[in-house]
Structures are given as structure tokens and as C-alpha cells.
Design a protein around this ligand. Structure first.
Ligand code: SF4
Ligand code: SF4
Length: 384
């Protein structure tokens, strides 16, 4: 089988933030020190070689960029300062744009101006929609449901969730196609089912990351991920009580409502956990990126900043709304709610399918597929 060489690959990768990969002299130190590199999936040196040789197809079918959690051990010990950890990060951005069939992710990752303008456009549209499609302000009490009725918000929310899910799933399917190649037609469905727990475990615990030397990085990542997923669940599923759970009425499950839940209500406790986890994780990451001491924080792409700023602003406005509601201040609550939505919606509709948040799906899926592939190859070996 002939191997296609893309002479522009390094140039293309530069658009996604690649800087120092040409310094690599292939000593192999990075692969030797990487705590996550295995005999089946060696990295990062192999991927640097692919990039230098223009082997675009090899990169497309490589699961390894998703098996790297960017602990930075390789970059810290590279004798040439070639930043192999950052190269793996660049590959993840590049692959996200290749999986995305709309072409939006590529523009988002390669043009800072496009990123800023698209966030601004979505924010303005959301702000206008919140101002135009509202009921009269209730100036006696800070009652959000009187101004933006929860059932209407739920319909808009579900529509958005459906579009996001479609985009993310279709891109994840393309990831699956690239990574599994011809094997996907040969592996019996039973092996996927048998390994399904891997998908859940790796999504929830990020436990591979915990194998890295700097466990603080894993902890911060886990805080941001669990905080974000908790709030996503509360908002996307329970905004207007979209799901029935035995023993609880629809009203009990409603996330956006006029009355404030008692302190020990599960929603309030989960909300406090998510707020603390996101604020802790994003503050740690922002300080790290400003200080530039740890390898994963030395090279910040505009999308890294965009993601952290949007997430922190969403959380901060959420905290302020909580206090204005507790103090029953109507107008500050309504204004803050509009601002909150103008930050939260761009983060969801742009970051989840096209940018930083997409790795939340790709990484555990690829870890799961590698477990399936390993089982299949072992079975094949036993049959010979
Ligand atoms: S990136 Fe650095 S450590 Fe890795 S092979 Fe190249 S020179 Fe060696
Ligand atoms: S950043 Fe960490 S996990 Fe990623 S390749 Fe380097 S050593 Fe391995």
C-alpha cells in the first residue's frame, strides 16, 4: 500500500499552534519518560516523526494524541526543547478540525479573529433574544420564571441540546472511523458491549491521567470536568424539570424556578459543588498559564484562553445571580441573567462541538476503542 505524503502538513500544523517540533532529533527520551505510552501505543516521538514526514493519513488514524493528557513530563525532559507535549496538544486541535465535517472547528482554531467574532455574534443574538422574547419584568420579586417561563426555556434548551448532540456524535463517529479503520467491520459488537464500562469509567474518573507524575494536573482536570458536567446536567436536563424520577414531582426537579431551594436540597448542593469545582480548576489553570512555569501551561492558544474565560465568567455571573436572588433584587437578577446567558450559550454552542470541550467525548471514546481493539487482537492471537 502506497503512503501519501502531504508536503504542507507542518505548515498546516503551525496554524494550529505547532512551534518547536522541527527541533526534534529523535532521541526517544520523550517516549521513554511518558507514563502513558505503551507497547501498543507508543508516543509522542512517533507522532512528531509523522508530522515531519508529512504523513497526514497516519496522524488521522492515530489514537495516540487522545491517549496523552498533557502532563508535560516529556517536554520537561526533552534535550532539544522541542515541546513534544505541546505537539500532542496541537495534534488534538488538528484532529478535532479533521473530524468536524462542518469546517467550523478549523476556522475556530486557526483564526483568533474568527473565534472572537463568532463568540461575539452568538452572545449578541442570545442577548437580543432574551430581551425581545420575554414577559414584563416582575419588579416586586426576583422571579426569573415570570420573565422567561421555564417551559419556553426548556424548549429552547432541548433544541440546542439536540443540535449539539448531533454535531458531537457525528464528529465522534468520524473519529471512530479514522481510529478503527478496517478493523471496525471485523470486530464483533459483543466486544464493544463488553468494554462499554471503560467508556464510562474513563469519562467520569479520567483515571489514566492519575498515572502521570504530577497528580495535581489530574485533580484540576477532574474538578473542571465534573463541575462542568454537573452544571450541564442540571441546566440541560433539569432546567424545567425535563425528567421524572420516581418519588419526585416535576416541580421538585425544576432547576430554573422562582422559589429558592432549601440549603440541603440535592440541586443546591450539586450547584455549590459545581461552582466550587469550576472556580478552583479554572483559577488554577489561569494562574498557571499566566506564570508559565509548568509545561502544559507554557504555550497558551487563544482557544485555551477563550474556554477558561467563558467558563469562569459563566460561573461568576451564576454566583452573582444566586446572591441577587437570595436578596430578592429583581432588576440586578434579570440583567445578570441576560449576561449569564450571553456567556454560557456561546461557550456551549461553540466550545462543545468545535473546540476545547470536544475532547470530553473524543478522549474516553478512543480509550474505550483501544480496549476493544486490544481484546479483539488478543482473541485473534489465541485462535491462531
Ligand atoms: S521531542 Fe525531544 S525528547 Fe522527544 S525524541 Fe525529539 S528530541 Fe528527543
Ligand atoms: S505530555 Fe505527558 S502524557 Fe503527553 S506525551 Fe508527554 S509525557 Fe506523555
Amino acid at each position: 500500500m502506497s503512503i501519501k505524503v502531504d508536503p504542507n502538513l507542518m505548515k498546516d500544523l503551525k496554524e494550529f499552534g505547532l512551534e518547536d517540533a522541527n527541533k526534534c532529533m529523535h532521541c526517544g527520551n520523550c517516549t521513554a519518560v511518558c507514563p502513558l505510552s505503551t507497547a501498543d501505543n507508543t508516543f509522542p516521538r512517533k507522532l512528531i516523526k509523522y508530522a515531519q514526514m508529512g504523513l497526514k493519513d497516519k496522524i488521522l488514524e492515530s489514537p495516540e494524541p487522545w491517549l496523552c493528557y498533557y502532563c508535560g513530563d516529556c517536554s520537561d525532559t526533552c534535550p532539544r526543547g522541542a515541546e513534544p507535549g505541546e505537539t500532542m496538544m496541537v495534534m488534538r486541535r488538528y484532529l478535532t478540525s479533521q473530524y468536524d465535517w462542518t469546517g467550523f472547528a478549523k476556522k475556530f482554531y486557526t483564526s483568533e479573529m474568527f473565534e472572537i467574532i463568532s463568540i461575539a455574534i452568538v452572545a449578541i443574538l442570545v442577548g437580543l433574544a432574551m430581551i425581545i422574547f420575554r414577559h414584563p419584568f416582575n419588579m416586586e420579586h426576583a422571579y426569573l420564571n415570570d420573565v422567561w417561563p421555564a417551559p419556553a426555556m426548556e424548549i429552547a434548551d432541548m433544541g440546542m441540546a439536540a443540535v449539539l448532540t448531533f454535531l458531537l456524535l457525528s464528529n465522534t463517529y468520524r473519529c471512530f472511523n479514522y481510529v478503527m479503520g478496517d478493523l471496525k467491520l471485523k470486530i464483533p459488537i459483543g466486544l464493544y458491549i463488553k468494554n462499554a464500562k471503560e467508556l464510562v469509567i474513563h469519562f467520569v474518573t479520567q483515571k489514566k491521567f492519575a498515572e502521570c507524575t504530577d497528580r495535581m494536573q489530574w485533580f484540576v482536570h477532574l474538578m473542571i470536568m465534573t463541575g462542568y458536567c454537573t452544571i450541564f446536567l442540571l441546566v440541560a436536563v433539569f432546567l424545567a424539570g425535563g425528567i421524572h424520577v420516581i418519588g419526585l414531582s416535576l416541580h421538585d426537579l425544576q432547576f430554573q424556578r422562582n422559589e429558592i431551594y432549601p440549603f440541603f436540597h440535592p440541586w443546591r448542593i450539586l450547584g455549590y459543588y459545581a461552582t466550587f469545582a469550576i472556580m478552583y480548576g479554572t483559577t488554577y489553570a489561569i494562574i498557571g498559564r499566566l506564570k508559565k512555569k509548568k509545561a502544559p501551561y507554557k504555550n497558551s492558544h487563544s482557544t485555551d484562553w477563550g474556554f477558561l474565560i467563558l467558563l469562569q465568567l459563566t460561573t461568576l455571573t451564576g454566583i452573582l445571580i444566586h446572591f441577587t436572588r437570595l436578596l430578592d433584587l429583581p432588576m440586578p437578577t434579570y440583567v445578570l441573567y441576560i449576561i449569564h446567558m450571553m456567556v454560557a450559550i456561546p461557550m456551549l454552542v461553540l466550545e462543545v462541538p468545535f473546540s476545547k470541550w470536544a475532547h470530553l467525548a473524543f478522549r474516553p471514546v478512543v480509550v474505550f476503542l483501544m480496549a476493544v481493539k486490544k481484546d479483539y487482537l488478543e482473541e485473534q492471537g489465541q485462535q491462531k
